[in-house]
Design a protein. Structure first.
Lengths: 337, 93, 288
């Protein structure tokens, strides 16, 4: 049995955890760790009857994820304390937003850097306020700095000198050079306030951003986790609002991300068993490439099919950058080695 | 300079454990440990639940401790409060 | 992976995969006397691999991978495969283990009470633990000591002891050659030879011990003993713990209790004999 298949099946509740033998668990745990999703699986199987060693490991993971999530949310609070006196409002993105909003995908989810979205017109002042509050630049390389400022959708990453945590300040959700330019103003003006008090994207935008982050922005690294986010959030949003899928379609069109959002929905169906409404529930032969890339891990947690991985890396750069600029970027990256 | 007001952490947010000459403070909101020396624990204890400025704090501390003679402790307290705010233990009100 | 083995050290079950037979065979010899539980899935994975397929044979160099990796870690020559495996196992525990508070410290136990020694490499904590473990003590571990956050007990992690440089001759002279691994000369950490703990230490590896004495040894110079305050011990142990921050309040509670209940001393000693004498004296005081 393929460990990555078993892992996906367990998340999708298609497989009885009681049917796994110790060697299966070993592979599943290895794959889950490689995907940074062990605590997600631990939460998913919190009530399952598991072998004692697995149950103990999963309990450790759940407790540690809770601590890590508090730490991540504290970064949001400290960003608020730094930016509020300057009158700068921000919207939480990705993991911190899911945690602040208490969403299902937040259970056990690893949260890396703090990602926030501010109005493009506020970005310089936000930078100053953060620098005054103890954050400092990570990158000192002039080419990288220029690259970030000129072409990316965020400031070069900042790190807090005392807490050693990174913040990414975005002013839109895709690089400026990307052929698609989402409506950043709409993202911010339609943001909603979460139970935790922080602003987060409205449900449709959150799903659009999740799909964009997975399919239009990245090389599908961490794809299973992003897809799990997308699956559980769309499932829960649709359960709370019967018109959700229709609104999502319209919103994706507004941001120019319909193709990515539809593909994310189909992949969530194929891998995690999502139920899609008519109009979404189609077949696309090119999805097979994405499924293969998402499932390219062996039982030791290693990425298999490196050529496929590289193809996605080049593809992701191609999506972000016009060809001449891509050539210059790869040349500079290459020269630095 | 205006006398800035600060707010202490809500009740239950901090776990304070004296360890000899140091005091270890665990902040349950941030999951961070802060190691401080006097007068930080005394300042935190004197702040109370409401927003508190330096003048109020100086008066409260003077009531419970013998502060050094005539010297004005307010600039020192303002500095300590700014340091506590940087750690997140207190917040600008 | 082509070759693999499973090793349980203390509470941690490892699986180690390798592109070469050599490191696995060497591990299996060192860990032959450790308990095996085939029904238990591994908590942690270590991978020893060649960066390119032809590098399995051509100037073979061992990259260390696993659940957690250090970016830009340099590979080791195949002759040091055992060291690569040891580094890989340490890394998984240091970064991945959450059940206990991990202290980068050696420990030995007597009568259910533990002596914990924390220090940088070169402090002599491994050598002292190894030598005490050949005497009247149970060796708990030379690298990590695990503290149970709930109860405060110390738990053992008795991996094969990593004996370095001058200490190799000193320890080799005292133990059966069958308990020693191959000499790994000129590694990035100097000369290394592994010592298999005594069978009784391995048999007792799941038994807790109550922390009774904390030492912060420094090798070299005159013999000195300096009592250490709770605050300083707390600071030094947060620095010696790889997962203190990740454990949140449980770690804070465990560490405050440990430094309050356990007398702590900084010690300097010119040679192992003096170190062992110091330990004996301080242990006698702590026990009364």
């Amino acid at each position: 049995m393929s460990a990555v298949r078993a892992f996906v099946d367990l998340l999708a509740a298609r497989r009885d955890p009681g049917a796994l033998v110790p060697r299966d668990w070993e592979g599943v745990i290895g794959v889950a760790r490689s995907e940074a999703m062990l605590a997600t699986l631990a939460n998913r199987l919190a009530d399952a009857d598991l072998p004692p060693a697995v149950a103990a490991l999963f309990a450790d993971q759940r407790a540690a994820a809770q601590v890590a999530q508090r730490q991540a949310l504290w970064e949001a609070e400290m960003a608020r304390r730094a930016l509020a006196p300057a009158g700068i409002e921000f919207v939480l993105l990705k993991g911190a937003a899911y945690a602040a909003a208490g969403m299902a995908c937040a259970a056990g989810r690893q949260i890396g850097d703090l990602d926030i979205l501010v109005l493009a017109s506020d970005i310089r002042r936000a930078e100053n306020a953060l620098l005054n509050a103890g954050w400092e630049w990570v990158k000192s390389d002039p080419y990288d700095d220029h690259y970030y400022r000129a072409h990316m959708h965020e400031l070069p990453p900042l790190i807090h000198k005392a807490r050693d945590r990174m913040i990414d300040v975005h002013h839109t959700i895709l690089p400026r050079t990307h052929r698609i330019t989402p409506d950043a103003l709409a993202l911010i003006s339609d943001a909603v306030t979460s139970n935790g008090g922080h602003a987060v994207l409205c449900p449709q935008d959150m799903a659009v951003h999740c799909a964009a982050h997975m399919l239009a922005d990245g090389d599908l690294q961490g794809g299973l986790r992003n897809l799990w986010d997308f699956h559980t959030m769309t499932r829960d949003f649709a359960a709370a609002d019967a018109g959700f899928w229709g609104k999502l379609d319209g919103r994706a069109a507004l941001h120019g991300l319909q193709a990515a959002v539809h593909r994310a929905a189909r992949l969530a169906r194929d891998l995690y068993g999502a139920t899609l409404p008519g109009g979404w529930d189609r077949q696309d032969p090119t999805d097979a490439w994405f499924r293969r890339r998402l499932l390219a891990r062996d039982d030791w947690g290693r990425v298999t099919k490196p050529l496929l991985e590289q193809a996605f890396y080049i593809r992701s750069h191609w999506l972000r950058m016009p060809p001449a600029m891509l050539a210059r970027h790869l040349w500079t990256k290459w020269r630095k080695r | 300079m205006t006398d800035r007001a600060y707010r202490a952490a809500p009740p239950g947010a901090l776990r304070v454990e004296p360890l000899g000459e140091l005091t270890a403070i665990f902040d349950r909101r941030s999951m961070q440990t802060h190691l401080v020396v006097s007068p930080m624990p005394e300042i935190l204890a004197a702040m109370g639940a409401e927003a508190c400025d330096v003048a109020t704090l100086a008066a409260r501390l003077a009531a419970s401790f013998e502060l050094d003679g005539e010297a004005d402790v307010r600039p020192i307290l303002a500095e300590r409060l700014a340091e506590l705010a940087a750690t997140g233990l207190v917040e600008r009100a | 992976m082509r070759h693999s083995t499973r090793i349980a050290v203390g509470p941690v079950q490892f699986r180690i995969g390798s592109d070469w037979a050599g490191p696995v065979a060497a591990l299996e010899r060192l860990y032959a006397g450790y308990p095996e539980d085939d029904a238990r899935p591994a908590d942690a994975t270590v991978r020893l691999f060649a960066a390119r397929p032809w590098r399995r044979w051509l100037r073979p160099s061992v990259h260390i991978g696993g659940d957690f990796v250090v970016p830009d870690a340099l590979p080791l020559p195949l002759s040091m495969g055992l060291l690569a495996a040891e580094m890989g196992m340490n890394l998984q525990v240091a970064l991945g283990w959450r059940r206990h508070m991990l202290l980068h410290a050696s420990a030995v136990a007597k009568d259910g009470r533990a002596l914990i020694m924390s220090g940088e490499s070169g402090s002599g904590k491994s050598t002292l633990a190894a030598l005490l473990g050949e005497g009247g003590w149970r060796l708990m571990g030379d690298e990590f000591t695990l503290i149970d956050p709930a109860g405060g007990d110390a738990f053992a992690f008795p991996r094969a002891v990593s004996i370095k440089n001058e200490a190799i001759a000193e320890v080799s002279a005292r133990v059966d050659a069958a308990r020693l691994g191959p000499l790994l000369a000129g590694t990035p950490k100097g000369d290394i030879r592994h010592l298999i703990p005594r069978p009784d230490a391995i048999a007792a590896m799941h038994e807790p011990a109550r922390p009774a004495l904390l030492l912060f040894p420094r090798f070299g110079g005159e013999t000195t003993i300096e009592p250490m305050g709770e605050g300083e011990a707390f600071v030094r142990l947060t620095e010696a713990s790889t997962n203190y921050v990740a454990l949140g309040e449980a770690g804070f509670a465990a560490l405050t209790r440990l430094v309050r209940e356990t007398p702590a001393f900084g010690i300097s000693y010119p040679d192992s004999a003096a170190g062992i004498a110091l330990v004996g004296q301080l242990w006698a005081d702590a026990a009364t």
